[in-house]
Write a protein that binds this ligand. Sequence first.
Ligand code: NAI
Length: 304
Amino acid sequence: VEAPAGGTAGPIGPDRTVAVVGTGTMGQGIAQVALVAGHPVRLYDSAPGRAEEAVAALTARLDRLVEKGRLDATARTAAVGRLHAARELAELADAALVVEAIVELLPVKQQLFTDLEKVVGDDTVLATNTSSLSVTAIAGGLRLPGRFVGLHFFNPAPLLPLVEVVSGFATEQDVATRAYETMRGWGKTPVRCADTPGFIVNRVARPFYAEALRVFEEGAADPATIDAALRECGGFRMGPFELTDLIGQDVNEAVTRSVWESFYQDPKFTPSLAQRRLVESGRLGRKTGQGWFSYAEGAERPEP
Ligand code: NAI
């Protein structure tokens, strides 16, 4: 992985507090990584009780790691002692890094960071885990947009090593370098990139999904056949249909739409009508028990 482009800043030390705002799928995963790296971690979520639930879920995850022999019991006890739920944003005041993983809506993210900036110190690094919004736009209304950076983790965050460290228009070089070095300290494999729609991975993956959907729409083959061809002969771990069932058809379609709109509706990125209908019918993938395939309770393999 390439060396960071300029900047001399070191990582944020493990003695410094990391705050995670939004404690759903991604927030919990990111919090786990920061916790295991040694930081005190504070969790905040606007839904009442959600941060406390996340503390309980994370504690249970650490217990499972101990059972599997991947974490020793002393480290687990110390980690749980460093983890706290916050009831108000004001409790994040001493964080050296805040990672946001809330709902993927630009005005909601902008408002959160405006509120956060009133609470944290001027040298706190503010980061977003957005997968499809512009880092530059999220930072647009900040007093100090130079300390704002994208930290795009992949799901599940504790397992997947890649983190895209995204520099927005105003991001200071030292801030991106500090974020990059911090991710290395967390055992991740960071890559630096500029703020373009979909960054690297979500952008390059668009044609993979789009062409598979077109092949299906043209009646060339069914989803199971296309998946099998790519998985068994094409060297992909999962075919595009089973993979989007795992991601969530709604999430995948929203990213495609966002990239398409960001490129002024370039036909190259046109979303698929077949996928739109699937989303409209509520067949969102594994999470609803049905997407391109059916995930009946107890079924060993998905049924088309
Ligand atoms: P999620 O729906 O599981 O969790 C979002 C959490 O944010 C919820 O607990 C919600 O109560 C909370 N929240 C909403 N508005 C808030 C606010 N104003 N202040 C504080 N908390 C608020 O969502 P998920 O999947 O964890 O995604 C979060 C972010 O991560 C999004 O920006 C998404 O694009 C990005 N992302 C998601 C990936 C995925 O595979 N799910 C992968 C990489 C990035």
